[in-house]
Design a protein. Structure first.
Ligand code: NAD
Length: 458
């Protein structure tokens, strides 16, 4: 549905009326969102299968279930998050007290990508509701089945002046929206180039942005790692959703002496998870569209295929593929892969591995498989990245107590749990001064008062 000036004005009035601010309203709407997703769960599962061939189990574990968990967590903690925070006040401001109130931002525009088209729209929505905002949702047009179900769901359950959905080609629709209306916040999940364009359009109106972007997330494995467990977790992290996961391991850096054992086990796990013919597995996804399929296929000649490499354009299928002999200057290593191709490199020292990681700025995630504490600390302390795991992949994003977000090129701002509440509110400072006394020190004339200023301000 297009966003008209009348609807935007109604949203603005709704926000200004204070209706969205009360704890009772926010909790009711969060519960409503949970009920809505419950009611539409079968439709969402079917849509996710149609868009990305996700199995119902994967759709639940990586999309719908995470939305429930986010809502449940917000419902449990919202009362405490909304409490004003009392902070101390310097003596020179006597007799005053100070507090920080988390203020809702207003009307937020949430823009989502196609790879987790339900979760990446509805999880931020939960945060925006918890924070007391009105929301315009822009799903990805490249996952049209999911986008249609979500629009129907939101229209069924929510009033238009509180939450509404705008559909269409982002390059046109978002541009029009940002030209026509001043949002109070833009929460964007998507690619780096579009993120830059959003940031520059937002700058025109000084609209604050949260950018959840992509990048090349390395996975480092040394000889002290539990190789069997590492192989299972890397295989799962890389090939879930056919590699179309922003935090998927993009490439593998493996210590020379454990390379063969690790690759052998990864191949075994591919068979175990998806059978010898992943094309026939109900648990293996498909590439979102022909454009992305062709892009991924163009990477295949850029290295030596160790296993996988089969593809079927009619079915948008690309097998789980592991490659070596890839040069860092090739597009495969210059761009975010975002598909089921895993290039493998070996290294000899931690310093050498860290230097390779630094060639690709600001990864969204970093994974270290090692049972050596010093190695774990070396990589997690010396490399810049949004978040990550030691001896695991992907799962850091499912802990609502951890902030999720990138740094620099992989994003600005964080969300999940309390961090979502913080992302959609701002800290408003309030200092209150009693009136029973009014020390005259700060008032002119100032002659003779310097000693007081110097005593308090040092
Ligand atoms: P995208 O940037 O092409 O599109 C994202 C959204 O922006 C869509 O809703 C789209 O309609 C809209 N859009 C597209 N072009 C636009 C334009 N010119 N102006 C304004 N809006 C526009 O991203 P995508 O292909 O949907 O998603 C893949 C990318 O998203 C990958 O880079 C991936 O790493 C990243 N991603 C990041 C996260 C994260 O949490 N950090 C999660 C998922 C995906």
């Amino acid at each position: 549905m297009p966003l008209t000036a009348t609807t935007f004005a109604a949203m603005h009035n709704c926000f200004c009326s204070g209706a969205t601010r009360t704890l009772a309203f926010r909790k009711k709407q969060l519960q409503l969102l949970k009920n809505a997703v419950k009611q539409f769960e079968p439709l969402l599962q079917r849509a996710l299968h149609a868009d990305l061939r996700k199995s119902p189990e994967e759709a639940y574990a990586t999309e719908i279930g995470l939305v429930y968990a986010e809502i449940t967590h917000a419902l449990q903690h919202l009362g405490e998050w909304m409490q004003p925070e009392k902070v101390s006040t310097p003596l020179m401001l006597f007799p005053s007290s100070s507090k920080i109130v988390r203020d809702p931002l207003g009307i937020s525009l949430i823009i989502a990508p196609w790879n987790y088209p339900a979760q990446l729209l509805l999880s931020p929505l939960a945060g925006a509701i918890a924070a007391g905002n009105c929301v315009v949702l822009k799903p990805s047009e490249l996952a049209p089945h999911t986008a249609a179900v979500i629009e129907q769901m939101i229209q069924t359950f929510f009033s238009e002046e509180h939450i509404m959905v705008v559909q269409g080609d982002g390059a046109l629709v978002v541009r029009q929206l940002l030209k026509a209306y001043r949002f109070d916040h833009i929460f964007f999940t998507g690619s780096i180039p579009v993120g830059k364009s959003i940031a520059s359009m937002a700058a025109e109106t000084l609209t604050p942005v949260t950018l959840e972007l992509g990048g090349k997330s390395p996975c480092i494995v040394d000889e002290t790692a539990n190789i069997a467990v590492a192989a299972a977790r890397i295989t799962w992290g890389k090939f879930t959703n056919a590699g179309q996961t922003c935090v998927a391991p993009d490439y593998l850096l493996v210590k020379n002496d454990c390379r063969d054992a690790l690759l052998q086990q990864i191949q075994q796990h591919v068979h175990r998870f998806y059978t010898a013919d992943p094309a026939a597995s109900p648990d293996y996804g498909r590439i979102i569209n022909r454009r992305r399929f062709d892009k991924l296929l163009s990477y295949l000649p850029q290295g030596n295929i160790l296993f996988g490499g089969q593809a079927n354009a009619a079915d948008l299928y690309i097998a789980p593929t592991v490659m070596d002999q890839v040069r860092h200057t090739q597009p495969l290593m210059q761009e975010e892969i975002f598909g089921p191709l895993l290039p493998v490199f070996t290294y000899r020292t931690n310093e050498e591995a860290a230097d390779l990681v630094r060639q690709h700025s600001n990864p969204l995630s970093l994974y270290v498989f090692s049972n050596n504490r010093k190695t774990q600390d070396y990589f997690t302390e010396n490399l810049g990245f949004g978040g990550g795991c030691i001896n695991n992949t992907l799962v850091h994003l499912s802990n609502p107590n951890l902030p999720f977000g990138g740094l620099g090129c992989s994003g600005t701002g964080q969300y999940h749990g309390k961090y979502s509440f913080d992302a959609f509110t701002r800290p408003k400072a309030i200092l209150q001064t009693a009136t029973w006394i009014d020390p005259p020190v700060k008032y002119p004339p100032y002659a003779g008062k310097m000693k007081w200023f110097k005593r308090f301000l040092r």
